[in-house]
Design a protein around this ligand. Sequence first.
Ligand code: S3P
Length: 426
Amino acid sequence: MIKKVQKSKSLKGEITIPADKSISHRAVMLSSLARGKSVITNFSSGADCWSTLNIFKQLGVNINEIDKKTIEIVSDGNLKRSLSPLDAGNSGTTTRLISGILAGQNFDSEIIGDEGLSKRPMKRIILPLTQMGARIDSVDNHLPLTIHGKKLHGIVYHSPISSAQVKSCILLAGLNAEGQTTVIEPSKSRNHTELMLKYLGADILVYNNEVTIGPSELSAKDIEIVGDISSAAFFIVAGLIVPGSDFVIKNVGINPTRTGILDIVERMNGGAGVNIYNKRILSGEECADIRVQYTDSLKDCVIEGEDIPKLIDELPVIAVLASQAEGETVVKNAEDLRNKEADRITCLVTELRKIGVDISETPDGFVISGKCKLRGNAELQTYNDHRLAMSFFIAGLICEQEVAIDGFEWTNISFPEFEDLMTKLQ
Ligand code: S3P
């Protein structure tokens, strides 16, 4: 589907950001592993989270959709073998996290996915799970995976990358393994798994970048999911760069392991244009409302090292933001962007250049020289990547001429409400 985007007038009003995708996945997984009844409210409507939900139904868990955003899960904590393959669709989080759960079961499972997911690397989880005693067959470390369930044992794993998917996979395996399991990361990745495990009563200890879990039984509890800062990020950037904008985004998760984009705005102009208020805690996760206002005072910055896990999914839209900052913004240490739904370095650079962004590719990131006048008048490819699609839409809002985005339907993977919410502010 081709979506045409025109230069926008100022964005005004108020929107509520839908549920966090990472937390929605974990809510279904952990409620399925817990004993008792959980009601999950404000569940994500993104296709990825529904891939997870359908897989746990297939694994014999009693899951009822009270309505599209309210899910009731009743479980005795046990999963059952599925005779048909488990289809993770486009979702890396589903694949990598359930692999940790399935590796320690007393049955075998097969995980399949779509073409894009089947190209993504799985060695990063096969390696540590194998060290824990798992037996996994793959096609050269890619999907389909056949997981031969067996009793696992704990390990101490020094992860070479800061990845919440890898960390969570190992912790979920550790939940049902003999002895303690420790994961140590180079820098801290998102900690939703740890927070939710703690919330549901697991034996888990966190010390800086090190997490240790022991075999634990989880007790079901209701979970209300905060809004997704990775979805809010598109609107935060839109508000900052579309002249005259001033609006409120309600119910945004502000877990400090996810707020890298806010740190970048702070670095680019002292945080002008972003005002966080009404902070509160929902089911162990911090959230707030955010007022966003246009600013013309953005300056370049360097984004590297420990910044990266805190904003890994936001880098495509941060590139759009940086195109409106004076000077040279440099993104380093982000080589794992090449392993996302698309190669988010090459694809981003190729497409943004078409509309006039002065951006160049480096092995582990990109460099943008601003402030760029965006001309538009181009058709951009999304490479089946939801975050590229939405980032290009945001760029289109400040282009002189129309931008066409080919493959815009991929936004449904994480944020089907994206365009309606944008229309509401226009
Ligand atoms: C996620 C972790 C990140 C992120 C992805 C969701 C998660 O992936 O990019 O969108 O929910 O754990 P990595 O662990 O590969 O960095």
